[in-house]
Write a protein that binds this ligand. Structure first.
Ligand code: PHE
Length: 340
């Protein structure tokens, strides 16, 4: 009996030495201690022993069982520890590795400037209104005092959709739409895209952006216009920036003016940006022509008003020193990524 147990122990020791997985270990346990295992077979064979031998043999088998169980458990603990270590190694995360950052977009410089300009005017009590880009000739021209065959139509190289429909050449038709649907006092700005049949070059584009302003009330004068635009210039560019009015002509305003702002680059001393003049031309304006008021259902004897149209591209280019208009339309992320 002793010998048989020793044989089993020997077998167990050799097999434990080469056992390298928990599965194999379990199979080994079954082979030795299981119901049909080797040690159990010894237990079954006890019937052939004499009554005196039985308790001795039984004790030996029980001791062997305890010993083998301990050996198996020790190996199991070892294999479990190894498995855990391997898992830890496999799942290691390098917390010092720089994260893969998602690429963040940024706001287009035109949008940055437009938002600022809109803020300037909403801060003064103006309300933002919008109108269609595909516009009736009636609003774009007729109500703006530009009848058919008027030379001003040629100056605004128009994209015609058909005889009566155009791509709006300016934001001024929104003035007409506003006057026809609201009662004074009116104080609105209308930002938006406008279209003219120009070839694209460093200073021209067939699509660009304007911001129209319109104020209608009792006793509105050109001094109000000047004051509003001066306030706008200071809000946008800071103290010391002012406006210069030069006489001009627009069919829908009378009198009319082109407005220059103090050159922000040189503060009026004269530089490359302002071509030595100290001034930058940024908008057209004037007192709303009484004929326009009349056509839009407002009594010019009771009310007067002013209007202005600001070129957003020009302000953006000046603001950021952008030399070529095309940069604003090409969508090159190497250029746009600079405006964070
Ligand atoms: N609509 C004019 C243009 O596009 C600008 C303007 C607007 C002038 C309002 C005077 C008043 O040239």
């Amino acid at each position: 009996m002793k010998e048989k147990i020793a044989q089993i122990e020997e077998l167990l020791v050799t097999e434990l030495a080469v056992c390298d997985s928990l599965q194999a270990l379990d199979a080994l346990r079954v082979k030795v201690l299981g119901k049909k295992g080797e040690l159990t077979a010894l237990l079954r064979g006890m019937g052939q022993l004499s009554p005196e031998e039985r308790p001795v043999a039984g004790q030996m088998i029980n001791e062997a069982r305890e010993k083998f169980t301990a050996m198996l458990e020790e190996k199991q603990a070892l294999l479990k520890a190894q498995a855990q270590e391997a898992a830890l190694k496999r799942e290691t995360i390098d917390v010092t590795q720089p994260a893969a950052m998602p690429k963040a977009g940024c706001v287009h410089p035109m949008t940055l400037v437009l938002n600022e300009v809109v803020d300037c005017f909403t801060g003064m009590g103006f309300e933002v209104v919008e109108g269609p880009e595909v516009e009736l000739d009636h609003y774009n021209f007729e109500l703006m005092n530009i009848p058919k065959n008027h030379p001003a139509r040629d100056a605004q190289d128009t994209f015609y959709v058909d005889d009566n429909i155009v791509l709006r050449t300016h934001t001024s038709p929104v003035q007409a739409r506003t006057m026809l649907t609201r009662k004074p006092p009116i104080r609105v700005i209308c930002p938006g895209r406008v279209y003219r049949a120009d070839e694209m070059d460093a200073t021209h584009s067939p699509v660009f952006h304007q911001l129209e302003g319109l104020v209608i009330d009792k006793d509105v004068t050109m001094a109000d216009l000047r004051g509003t635009l001066n306030a706008f210039a200071e809000r946008l560019y800071g103290k010391g920036i002012t406006t210069r009015f030069r006489p001009s002509f627009f069919p829908f305003t009378e009198p009319s003016a082109e407005v220059d702002l103090t050159c922000v680059a040189c503060h009026g001393k004269g530089c490359r940006v302002c071509k030595g003049t100290g001034w930058i031309e940024v908008l057209g304006c004037g007192m709303v022509n009484p004929h326009v008021l009349e056509m839009c259902g407002i009594d010019p004897k009771e009310y007067s008003g002013f209007a202005f149209g600001i070129g957003i591209e020009r302000i953006t280019m000046q603001r950021y020193g952008i030399p070529d208009l095309r940069l604003l339309f090409e969508g090159d992320v190497r250029f746009l990524g600079q405006f964070r």
